[in-house]
Each structure stands twice: as C-alpha cells, then as structure tokens.
Write a protein that binds this ligand. Structure first.
Ligand code: MRU
Length: 340
C-alpha cells in the first residue's frame, strides 16, 4: 500500500497526490514551509494526513531551530504553528496536531532544547503511528455492515492516502477484503478536483477491491434504483451537535441517502472531532481558487471571466447522519456531546 507521508531521519517525503494516478512521485521536504505549501496546494490532503504533515512540519522546524533556551524554542516555533494552522481552515486535524505538540512543549519547559527537540520528533512519529491504529479501530467498528453481495457508496477520498494507514471510510473496505467478504464500492468522482476518480478509485483498485466510478450526479439514480446498501464518508470536522463538515457535495449525497432510506455513516477519528464548536454553521469553510472549477487538469472548460463559487467543503446537518463512527465506538450524532 502506498504511503501518503514518510519520515526518514529528519526528511519528510510527501506523495504528490496532484499527480495521481498517472505518476507516483514523492516530494522531499526539509523545511516546514515546503510542507505548508504541500498542504495548501493539495500535494497532501485529507484531514488526518494533513494533521500528520503538520506534526512533521513542526519536527522539521524544531531540527533547524537555533534557540538557546526552552522558552525561546517555544517562541521560535510560534510562527510555524500559525503558518500551519492558516494553510487549510476547515480540517481541524491541523490545529489538533499543533495544539498537542505545543502543549507538550509548554508542559516540559524544564527540559533542555535538545531534549525538547527529540520529544517533538517522537511526538510527531507517535501522531502518525496512532493514526494507523485509529484507522484500524474505525474499520473494526464498521465491518459489521459488510455482508456478502453488499454495495457501499463513498465520496471524495477518505482512504489510505488521506490518512496514515487504512483510511477512515475505506478502513472497513480493506478489512472486508482481507476477510474475503464479497462487496462492491461506488466511488463518486468528486468535482472539482476529482479526489474520488483520481485517488479513491486508484487506491481501491491497487488493493484489488471491486470499485466502480460514477459522476457525482449519478448517485441519486443509483440510490433510487436500490443499488446501494449504505454510504460511508469521512469528515474534516465534526462538531458537538453531530453536524459534519466534509468535501463539497457530501451534503447532497446525505440528502439523497435519507430520501431513499439508505444509511449514511461518517467515519470520524477523534482528531477530526471539534467539541469546542456547537453547530456546523460555525465551522470555517475553505474557499479555493476559481481555476479548480473552470479547469480540469489544467485544461479550461468554462468561458474566460465566468463567475465561480468554489467552497471546498459543506456541512451535513446531524439529522442526515445515521451514525458517527470513531475509534472509541459508534455514536448517534446527538450522543456525541454526552459520550466523548
Ligand atoms: O480537500 P481534501 O481532499 O483535503 O478533502 C478531503 C475530504 O473531504 C475527506 O473526505 C476528509 O478529509 C476525510 S479524510 C479521512
């Protein structure tokens, strides 16, 4: 299985997902700014993967820090924290990783700079390793849905390449494949930048999973024909009342699922759950360049000068969500605030 990100002795290798599926190339990053740019330009994307990338960016920055004291080490890293948080506003995983490392440093200011540096690197590696375990647990918590002959629909890429391990929405698919269950996946292409077509279809095919690609606007027809048993998607930020931010178009799919009585599951690691926000209306929604809509892979498809709206994410209200599946278990959206 391809890895979205690797740490090798102070160098971070990022699989350049902009080139998929045609080319498999890793970007070599030795400066935190290179990682910040890779997050912004979608070389690495997917909420858990950009959280891991942010953690490694801090590790890289701490390696080159020239600080004399532990207090200076922390203040030297502050602009790095802010730069990373500003790269992509919707996925809470970046802030989650930054806060985790920042708190660790703040709690250990009695250590030397060298000791703090080692601690930051260890923590970044730990964040990556934990994500692999979390993916597996989410997979275990969803595997009961997979019966011989079933069909699941997914959106965008909440797969291995969006995380450190098996993915979130795709984790039960990899487990079901390992266990010899016979199932089909419908992958929505996911305009504007086609993570479903370029990434989900690619990674599932590489794993020998039966995947069929559809245009986003085909989902309704398949649901109405009874061709889909359940949906599983990922999330960039799920909040206290169970509202779910995910790739633009997730809301439309959720409404279509409800209309056709098809259960709609959200695979959500705790690193993507933000209990500090009470409803989805308060989630910052990233807006991206108009070229993502007017062009496909560099080729212009729309008239010059046309106005464009390009929200990268939308919010699915909790009442469209059957369950939120974390590494800690399966929760009804309205239970989240009491159980986590
Ligand atoms: O813009 P992207 O490609 O980073 O958006 C990714 C998604 O919306 C995923 O569904 C989400 O991050 C969950 S990834 C496990």
């Amino acid at each position: 299985m391809l890895q979205s990100i690797k740490w090798e002795n102070g160098t971070v290798f990022i699989l350049d997902q902009r080139l998929l599926p045609e080319k498999i190339e890793y970007l070599k990053c030795t400066h935190y700014e290179e990682i910040a740019q890779a997050i912004e330009n979608l070389s690495i994307r997917g909420a858990p993967a950009i959280g891991i990338a942010a953690a490694y960016a801090i590790a890289v920055a701490s390696l080159s820090a020239k600080s004399f004291s532990s207090e200076e080490f922390l203040s030297d890293l502050n602009p790095v924290f802010q730069r990373l948080i500003n790269t992509r506003p919707t996925a809470v995983n970046i802030k989650w990783a930054v806060d985790r490392i920042k708190k660790l440093i703040e709690n250990n200011l009695s250590l030397s700079v060298t000791e703090l540096r080692d601690m930051v690197i260890e923590e970044a590696i730990k964040i990556h390793e934990e994500d692999i375990q979390v993916n597996r647990k989410i997979g275990e918590n969803l595997i009961h849905l997979f019966k011989d002959g079933c069909t699941v629909i997914t959106y965008c890429n909440a797969g291995a390449l969006a995380t450190g391990g098996y993915g979130t929405a795709t984790a039960p698919m990899y487990l079901a494949k390992e266990r010899g269950i016979n199932f089909k996946v419908i992958a929505c292409e996911t305009r504007p930048v086609l993570q479903g077509a370029r990434i989900t279809a690619f990674e599932l095919m590489q794993a020998g999973i039966d995947v069929t690609l559809i245009c986003d606007n085909t989902a309704g027809a398949l649901l109405r024909k009874g061709m889909i048993d359940f949906a599983i998607v990922g999330t960039d930020r799920t909040v206290r009342n169970g509202d779910v931010a995910n790739k633009i178009g997730t809301y439309s799919l959720a409404v279509l699922c409800k209309e056709n009585n098809v259960p709609f599951y959200v695979a959500a690691p705790l690193s993507s759950i933000d209990m500090s926000i009470s409803t989805g209306d308060m989630i910052p929604i990233e807006e991206r360049a108009s070229e993502e809509v007017t062009n496909i892979k560099g080729v212009r498809i729309a008239p010059e000068g046309v106005k464009v709206i390009n929200f990268a994410f939308d919010v699915t209200p909790a009442n469209y969500v059957t369950a939120i599946v974390t590494e800690k278990g399966v929760f009804k959206p309205e239970e989240l605030r009491f159980k986590l």
